[in-house]
Every structure is written in structure tokens, then in C-alpha cells.
Design a protein around this ligand. Structure first.
Ligand code: SAM
Length: 242
């Protein structure tokens, strides 16, 4: 009888993302702007030759581990509730939920070349929907001729979820703080605006009609904001102490 060969799954890289917590991360790539980051290749896979030829590709598939969604086997459920409003439970294999038999995810990210810094090798990417420190297990080029399927059907998820984006305004203090860090984070304002326009709020809040204070962690900042009726008001950018 043929026995399958045992295999090992190596962590080849590490994601450096502005998203320091799951709250506020877009549900998929390409939904927001300013979500730039890097993938650090780890030894012994941090060889420049391993990236030869990738310069001609605009996008890459990043295969990774949902390291903050790992549950014991006995907690396995065959269905999950998609985070769309009013969505019914669906079979886990009909969703892109992080909670699956193997916590493996895949994202198509825009590739902006690689760089070396302090002896480390990084791929520059944008369109991240990944938490900081996410382990990467593979990188492959996105092949338009094979991966793009214009006539594909999207099932219950045929449209991007957020069609009712909220306008985002900044307090004088927040504007001043943005100016102070603009040189280091030129895309921070765009990242805050597009992250918050998707109206992130803790699940238990449901619909709220009064002012509430929220915070979302982006880079080393804790962005304090309020949801006022149908708009978002950014109060300030605090530096995280950690
Ligand atoms: N594009 C990928 C896919 O389809 O496999 C990810 C989609 S998944 C719905 C995206 C969500 O996973 C994010 O909104 C965030 O809440 C969560 N997430 C991202 N990185 C994670 C990680 N390392 N561990 C656990 N959850 C993570």
C-alpha cells in the first residue's frame, strides 16, 4: 500500500503590517487604501536568488497561518457565520474564515520589489488584510492568465461587503499629530480614513445612535475615534506604550 510521504510545513517569512490587532483589519485585500507592509524572509529562506524573476510580477499570492485563530481540534465547527450583516451560517469551505481545519489563509498582495535592511531581506507589499507578525509559509506569483476568472460566480459573497462607507473627519489635534509623523508614515491618513470609513465597531455594539469612544491600533498609534450618527470623528492619535 502506498504510504503518503510525511511533510513539514516551514515558516519562510513574517508579515510586518500596520494592523497590530484583528479589530479594524479589512476582510479581504484591496478593500482599503494605505495598507502597506513588508514580508521578512527568514533564514534559511532569506536568499535573494529565491526572488529572481519576481520583479516582473505586480502581484503575489501570500500563503500564511492565521496564528491568532488557532483552536483545539474539539472546537472544530463545520459551519461559520460570515461577518456580513444578516448573513446565514455557511459551510466553512464556502467561506474565507480564519477558523478552519488548518488555519491557512491566502491573500493576493501587490508586490513592490524587495529591499535589504540591517542584513534582513524584505518584500514590499500593499493591500494587506493581515495581522502584524503573521507567519508566512509560501509566496507565489499571481498569474493573470490562470488566476483571473472574469466569469466566476461569487456565491453569497458576490459583492464587497461595505457599500455604505462613512465619511471620516479629523479633529485639530489629530491633524496636528498626523503632520508630525507624516514624513515617517506618509500613507497614515489614507489608512486611517479608509479603515474607519468601514465603520469598525466591537460586535456587541450593534447599532448605536449616541457618541461612543473607540480605538484602533495602527502602527504604534492607538487611533481614538467616535462614531457620531453617520460619520466618524477622529479625536487623536495616541502612541501605544508597548
Ligand atoms: N485573504 C485571506 C484569505 O482569504 O484567506 C484572509 C481573509 S480573512 C477573512 C481576513 C481576516 O482575518 C482579517 O479581517 C482579520 O480579522 C483576520 N486575520 C488576519 N490575520 C490574522 C492572523 N494572523 N490570525 C488570525 N486572524 C487574522
Amino acid at each position: 500500500m502506498n504510504q503518503p510521504l510525511p511533510f513539514a510545513c516551514h515558516q519562510i517569512g513574517l508579515v510586518h503590517s500596520p494592523f497590530k490587532e484583528k479589530f479594524g483589519i479589512p476582510r479581504q485585500t484591496g478593500l482599503i487604501k494605505g495598507n502597506l507592509g513588508k514580508i521578512e524572509l527568514l533564514a534559511p529562506w532569506n536568499r535573494e536568488e529565491a526572488l529572481n524573476g519576481l520583479e516582473g510580477f505586480s502581484h503575489i499570492w501570500v500563503i500564511f497561518i492565521f496564528h491568532e485563530a488557532i483552536k483545539p481540534l474539539e472546537d472544530w465547527r463545520p459551519t461559520v457565520r460570515p461577518p456580513r450583516e444578516g448573513a446565514k451560517r455557511q459551510g466553512v469551505f464556502a467561506t474565507r474564515s480564519p477558523y478552519r481545519p488548518n488555519p491557512i489563509g491566502m491573500s493576493v498582495l501587490q508586490y513592490h520589489g524587495w529591499e535589504k535592511s540591517n542584513g534582513k531581506l524584505f518584500l514590499k507589499v500593499s493591500g494587506l488584510d493581515l495581522l502584524d507578525m503573521t507567519p508566512v509559509i509560501d509566496i507565489k506569483p499571481y498569474l493573470p492568465y490562470a488566476d483571473q476568472v472574469p466569469q466566476a460566480l461569487g456565491g453569497f459573497a458576490h459583492e464587497a461587503p461595505a457599500s455604505n462607507l462613512l465619511p471620516v473627519s479629523f479633529s485639530e489635534l489629530a491633524r496636528q499629530q498626523l503632520l508630525e509623523v507624516q514624513e515617517r508614515y506618509p500613507e497614515l491618513q489614507a489608512l486611517i480614513e479608509s479603515t474607519l470609513s468601514h465603520n469598525p465597531r466591537p460586535i456587541h455594539f450593534g447599532n448605536i445612535d449616541q457618541r461612543n469612544d473607540f480605538g484602533v491600533k495602527l502602527y504604534e498609534f492607538n487611533i481614538q475615534y467616535q462614531i457620531c450618527d453617520t460619520q466618524i470623528w477622529v479625536v487623536s492619535l495616541f502612541k501605544n506604550s508597548a
